[in-house]
Design a protein around this ligand. Sequence first.
Ligand SMILES: Nc1ncnc2c1ncn2[C@@H]1O[C@H](COP(=O)(O)OP(=O)(O)OP(=O)(O)O)[C@@H](O)[C@H]1O
Length: 584
Amino acid sequence: MKSMTGFFSQNKKISILTAISLAVQIMGTLAVPFLIGELIDKGIASGNPSIVLRIGGQMLVVALVGGGAAILGSYLSAKLAATYGYEVRQHFYQKVQQLSLQDVESFGVATLLTRMTNDVTNVQRSLGMFLQLILPAPIICLFAVLMTYINSPKLALIPLVSIILYLMVVGFLLKKGLPLSSEIQHRLDQIMVKLREFFNGINMIRAFDNQDEEEEKTNQRFSDYAQSMITVNKIFAYLTPVAYMLMGLVFALIIWVGGLLVGQGSLQIGIVTAVVEYSMLTLAYLIMAAMVIVTLPRSLASLTRIEEVLATIPEINDEKQDFTAISTNNTSNFVSFNAVQFAYNGAEPVLEDITFNIAKGQTTAIVGGTGSGKSTIAKVLLNLTTISSGEILIDGVMLNNLSQKDLRNKVSYVPQKAFLFSGTIESNLRMGNPEASKEELERAVELAQAKPFIADQEAGYQAFVAQGGNNFSGGQKQRLSIARALVKPADLYIFDDSFSALDYQTDARLRQALRSQMEGSTFLIVAQRLSTIKDADLIIVLNEGRIVGQGSHLDLLKNNQIYQEFAVSQGISVQGGHVHENIN
Ligand SMILES: Nc1ncnc2c1ncn2[C@@H]1O[C@H](COP(=O)(O)OP(=O)(O)OP(=O)(O)O)[C@@H](O)[C@H]1O
């Protein structure tokens, strides 16, 4: 509810205008039965045509003003609801941008997607209907009973009791339906998880001829969702018939009791007509409200799910930090890791006692087996997730004392899994530097060995890039990712196993180009292939989350057992301290 109250106070003008329009609409609706009563008792009963004309004229004005207010109210309610949808999606997007990898993982990508799309739509739709159909109902009920009471306290009991009965039924059904409605959204998440997996892995499913099993699993999720929907709909199916039943009973009772009172001469026929009108109006609003109330539990559950994300305090929060306390030591190291320890979500440590430096203007490499923690080092360096203990210094400044923006400005990163955004080759290249000149783009493309295949594209730099870069091969995507990182001016370039999809020759040409044309730049290269990192100034050998050696390629080949094993597995023979290499 917090986000909702915040939204109304931020959109005060339109909220107040909507409230005024709805109030005028309600007043118009309530005035009509009163005027009908007056028309019958004062005009028709007395046979005075001028009174009939006057009250008739008043009814016309009320109908026109009420109608106009209703149109304005509808428009404003719809606008308010659409604005809510727009703003909350914007906040949601900004919040997800701030969340660390672990924050995102603890929610799950599928649920974040459902919350941002379906949940927001649920709340938006219910908000519009709430303003138009639910909000007026209690006011209409209250005034209708009050007006009936003023004219005939005895008759007022009939709508009053019927309203109380109806509210009890609504309360009971809501209590039953609310927990089930939260379940519906959760089941929708489950469908999203399965469908994302299905679309991402569709080729694997076909390759392993696993269609039937996958279809069964997916159908199970569809069926769970449908079952929840059926159960909730069953519960609320009682609401409208109960309202119609009460409407009939109230109508019969008022005519019956009202007729008796008119017969006794204690009530005028016009008042009975007005009371019937009021009661019908009340129940008509209650029926309309009932139709919307059915959607409320689900929307409330959606609102809670949205607010859960919006209220998350990001693990890495720039607003929490005081960046004024930065000390700028002059150091020859651009990055220093000191006794860094890290574990994912409280599990076993993935990095233990990691201490090393990345010297300015040099190439540092991290090598190690699968799962040894190489990519995790890059992630903690980029502050995508926070370390458990130890410290990381960037250019002499503690990582915690750097804002995300400052850090991103200093570092350019090529992820392990190359990813392109939908658009063109040029729009992807310009991501890190929108102001880059044509020459700068061409230089980066040349360095990344992407020039030949861009030249092969009919549209060249304007060639279309599909979502995720799926219309390019793995090697092409990787070269474009590298070029994109090189377009960005940075103090440190991180390549996280970024050369693995390149053939050996391209890999060699790329390294040669970086060496000769980006001399003086600082690189961190994470790799498994020794050929990729053999020329690095410093190689860090990682094994099961620990550093087991540091040095040059030749030093490590001579002195480091794990590195030697690695070398042997890659066709480099190490015998009696002599190295026989057969790599580029
Ligand atoms: N998001 C995550 N949540 C939980 N554990 C993770 C996550 N990412 C990686 N790990 C675990 O952390 C360890 C180190 O993973 P990391 O990706 O850093 O290894 P790596 O050396 O880069 O491996 P590879 O060369 O295969 O990419 C692995 O045991 C992995 O299972």
